[in-house]
Design a protein around this ligand. Structure first.
Ligand code: TIU
Length: 229
């Protein structure tokens, strides 16, 4: 890493500035996979309008590009289960009355199964060489995954978080990260929910009580911090 990677930087965030160094910070992009963002996947099978989520793709892409240009570490996650469903609790598969259950065959292959077309990260945000991809069986990115060990091996102490959905996999992952001692900043326009009220409430509860879970900031504030000399 260059000297510049160790320079202290600050994002104008809520509830107060977020300090970070590129050398110790990863960009964590949660579950920007076809299952949640495109019609015919898991998200739509649960009865949701997926078009809401598609709106953040250009913003997530712009931040990802700036982060790559800065030479810092990127992690992508996918909510994914093994083909034999051995890592999918029956409670998760059988709850409710979705149009298609996890493992059923849909228009993009088997729902939420690793390696199926619908499980792929959308092409606009596809991982490149050197980026880590974590398949996670739960909503949180740390539960039953090697993520914490991978971060520790690289000296990562800070996470900049984007992805979907705000109150489900994003918030769960941020709470898991916070309990593990990581300082997390959620990019407000780089995350979305099928329920706008849930997104708004999640942003508020994350930064309440003196950043009880973490910080929030618009993407422009992060891009400014990356371009500051
Ligand atoms: N249903 C919903 O809002 N989300 C999920 O099931 N997974 C993620 O958030 N990735």
């Amino acid at each position: 890493m260059s000297q510049d990677a160790h320079r202290p930087r600050r994002v104008a965030a809520q509830p107060f500035d977020y300090p970070f160094e590129l050398a110790h910070t990863a960009l964590l992009i949660i579950d920007m996979q076809r299952d949640f963002v495109e019609p015919g996947g898991f998200g739509e099978s649960l009865g949701n309008d997926v078009s809401l989520l598609q709106a953040i793709v250009p913003t997530v892409r712009a931040v990802l590009q700036a982060w790559r240009d800065a030479g810092a570490f990127v992690v992508h996650t996918r909510e994914a289960h093994a083909a034999d469903l051995s890592d999918c609790p029956p409670a998760k598969r059988l709850r409710g009355a979705p149009r298609l259950r996890i493992g059923d065959v849909g228009p993009m292959g088997r729902i939420l199964i690793a390696g199926e077309p619908g499980n792929a990260i959308i092409p606009e945000l596809a991982p490149i060489d050197g980026e880590l991809v974590i398949d996670k069986p739960g909503k949180g990115a740390f539960y039953a995954t090697p993520l914490m060990a991978e971060l520790q091996a690289r000296g990562i102490t800070h996470l900049i978080v984007m992805g979907v959905t705000t109150e489900v996999c994003v918030q769960t992952s941020m709470r898991e990260a916070n309990d593990r001692g990581l300082d997390c900043l959620l990019i407000e326009d780089g995350t979305e929910s099928y329920f706008p009220a849930f997104k708004a409430a999640t942003l508020e509860m994350i930064r309440a009580q003196g950043a009880i879970v973490g910080w929030t900031a618009p993407s422009a504030a992060l891009l400014q911090a990356l371009s500051d000399e």
